[in-house]
Design a protein around this ligand. Structure first.
Ligand SMILES: Nc1ncnc2c1ncn2[C@@H]1O[C@H](COP(=O)(O)OP(=O)(O)OP(=O)(O)O)[C@@H](O)[C@H]1O
Ligand SMILES: [Mg+2]
Length: 253
């Protein structure tokens, strides 16, 4: 039957993709991350040229794994794969609920995670269009997001947390510009801004991980903004910056 043929071709493609997943640290992670539905999503993205080979894990996070991959033109990309099974979908629901962009929500785990990925894609695109320094997003499919690889020669840029800055004061200035772009021009509150979600590209900040970002008129937006600002003021306290200083910068818009 045609469908059988298609399925077995799909299976072959999936097996082929599995084989071409290099450097995934161990099979436990692999089988947890690469369930059948996820392999199907990867296949859809591969078919469209967004992914050719998955080259290895950049980071295994709480809810997602980030891989370095290559697209069909040979360019490095980053692939973020959310694990449907271990995602905290109650927390996700809290951020989705109240966001006018996602009016009617299906409440099952899988749908919530898929909406979450779509939200991350939209947020990153919107922030990028507003001039913020964020990874360019290329595509998403269900629980998989493909974006610009932030790094050089296959080596990802470090998190702010693990990097000793040459000039923290200058970096802080640039970071406040980014906060302004995201809050004032994109109209978003990042909502998980900290030294873990800022990468350092040649001594300049790049903001990542925007799945939980909300629009400014989200009922919790002010609270989330306070928390973001507090994190940055804490990290840069040696530069003499206070929460109030940063808030004043953002209140003007
Ligand atoms: N586009 C990218 N290019 C290079 N490295 C990346 C990219 N995106 C993420 N990373 C790396 O992977 C790590 C985890 O990514 P991210 O913060 O988006 O996921 P997470 O914290 O696991 O997600 P979540 O908080 O939604 O569970 C980052 O700290 C960063 O080191
Ligand atoms: Mg993160």
């Amino acid at each position: 039957m045609m469908l059988d043929k298609k399925v077995s071709r799909l299976d072959r493609k999936i097996d082929e993709m599995k084989k071409r997943i290099k450097g995934a640290e161990d099979l436990r992670t692999a089988s947890e991350v690469f369930d059948r539905a996820t392999l199907m999503s990867l296949y859809q993205l591969a078919k469209r040229g967004y992914i050719d080979i998955l080259q290895g894990v950049i980071k295994t996070g709480k809810e997602a794994n980030v891989f370095r991959a290559r697209d069909s033109s040979g360019k490095d990309v980053a692939v973020k794969i959310y694990r449907v099974s271990t995602s905290d979908f109650n927390a996700m629901f809290k951020y989705l609920h109240g966001d006018p962009r996602f009016g009617r929500l299906k409440k099952d785990r899988r749908s919530i995670v898929y909406t979450w990925v779509k939200k991350e894609f939209k947020n990153l695109r919107r922030a990028g269009e507003a001039g913020a320094s964020v990874p360019e997003v290329f595509a998403f499919w269900n629980n998989v997001l493909v974006m610009e690889f932030l790094g050089e020669e296959g080596v990802p840029y470090p998190m702010l947390k693990e990097w000793e800055l040459e000039d923290p004061g200058a970096f802080l200035e640039l970071l406040m510009d980014e906060m302004e772009a995201i809050y004032c021009r994109a109209g978003l509150v990042h909502s998980d801004l900290s030294e873990y979600n800022i990468l350092v590209r040649r001594e300049r900040p790049v903001i990542i991980d925007m799945s939980q970002a909300v629009v400014r008129d989200h009922p919790m937006a002010d609270e989330f903004l306070q928390r973001d600002v507090a994190n940055i003021a804490r990290y840069f306290r040696e530069q003499g910056v206070t929460e109030k200083d940063i808030m004043e910068r953002l209140e003007g818009c």
